[in-house]
Write a protein that binds this ligand. Structure first.
Ligand SMILES: Nc1ncnc2c1ncn2[C@@H]1O[C@H](COP(=O)(O)OP(=O)(O)OP(=O)(O)O)[C@@H](O)[C@H]1O
Ligand SMILES: [Mg+2]
Length: 274
């Protein structure tokens, strides 16, 4: 029996109607196949996929369609071989804006999805405790998200999303609003908490260094109408740590990704940090 693709986009197009009734073709003919990956002993190990593209090329729209928050005008989006018709517990999403529940404390936020799934307190307590520890939020367990810095709030969002162990985690420029130092810390923190989960991540960014540091595979998108026009495997072993970014091999991969992005982007805006 052949296993269905974890995520599959088949000739996906998306046209929006603007405020003047004009048509905006955001995406055209997007094809993407993301496989489930298994270790030698048959364990689902998940992979880190990055969508890299210039601003306005449709990255968020692709992610929203996988999440079931938007639907294609043409083609099909499938998760585990089933057509996506709406959001589901198998997919978690982290946005650029901090989206934790303001009226719940940090630990209640992390626990929220577990409660929704019907987990008993005895089951959720060790999961919440572990995530608080892994994300460095132990001291802030009883705090409300709005009292925390942007980086801390994104830690809450990541912990809250990973708590329910979704098969697929969709992240839309989650570190885009953070300062450079915090952004670097958050990348490493994300890798640490993700590496112990089996989730497949699809992470959107227009930052080349971020893409190379995080990804097993980078998909390069063209400017509007957006489509995936290139694919680049990233060869670095895991676990990865920040020292990787200072190596010549890392710079080479960054240059490679940048060249492919420039080729794809035309006149679009790309973030260049080298
Ligand atoms: N609801 C909508 N109505 C009209 N146009 C839209 C809508 N959503 C997106 N668009 C347009 O579709 C195109 C793709 O948008 P999208 O937000 O997916 O791009 P993006 O790559 O995520 O951009 P950014 O890098 O700025 O986040 C843009 O031109 C945008 O203006
Ligand atoms: Mg976007």
């Amino acid at each position: 029996m052949t296993r269905p693709h974890k995520i599959e986009l088949k000739k996906v197009g998306r046209t929006f109607t603007g405020s003047q009734g004009d048509k905006i073709e955001a995406l055209r003919d997007v094809n993407l196949e993301i496989e489930d990956r298994f270790s030698n002993d048959g364990k689902d190990v998940g992979e880190f996929h990055v969508l890299l593209g210039p601003s306005g090329c449709g990255k968020s729209t692709v992610l929203r369609m996988i999440a079931g928050l938007d639907s294609p005008s043409a083609g099909e989006v499938l998760v585990n071989g089933r057509k996506v018709t709406g959001p589901g517990a198998d997919r978690g999403m982290v946005f650029q804006k901090y989206t934790s529940f303001e009226w719940l404390t940090v630990e209640q936020n992390i626990e929220y999805g577990l409660k929704l799934k019907g987990a008993l307190e005895g089951e959720s307590r060790p999961i919440v405790a572990h995530l608080l520890e892994a994300t460095g939020l132990e001291k802030f367990a009883k705090a409300y998200p709005r009292t925390l810095s942007g980086g801390m709030q994104q830690r809450v969002a990541i912990a809250r999303t990973l708590a329910v162990r979704p098969q697929v985690v969709l992240m839309d420029e989650p570190f885009g609003a953070l300062d450079a130092q915090t952004r670097h810390e958050m990348q490493t923190l994300l890798l640490k908490v993700w590496e112990e989960s089996a989730s497949t991540i699809v992470f959107v960014t227009h930052d080349v260094a971020e893409a190379v540091y995080l990804a097993d595979r980078i998909y390069v998108m063209s400017a509007r109408p957006g489509t995936i026009i290139d694919e680049m495997p990233v060869p670095f072993a895991r676990p990865r740590d920040p020292a990787l970014k200072t190596t010549g091999e890392f710079r080479d991969q960054e240059m490679e990704a940048l060249t492919r992005l420039r080729r794809a982007a035309g006149g679009g805006q790309v973030r260049v940090t080298i």
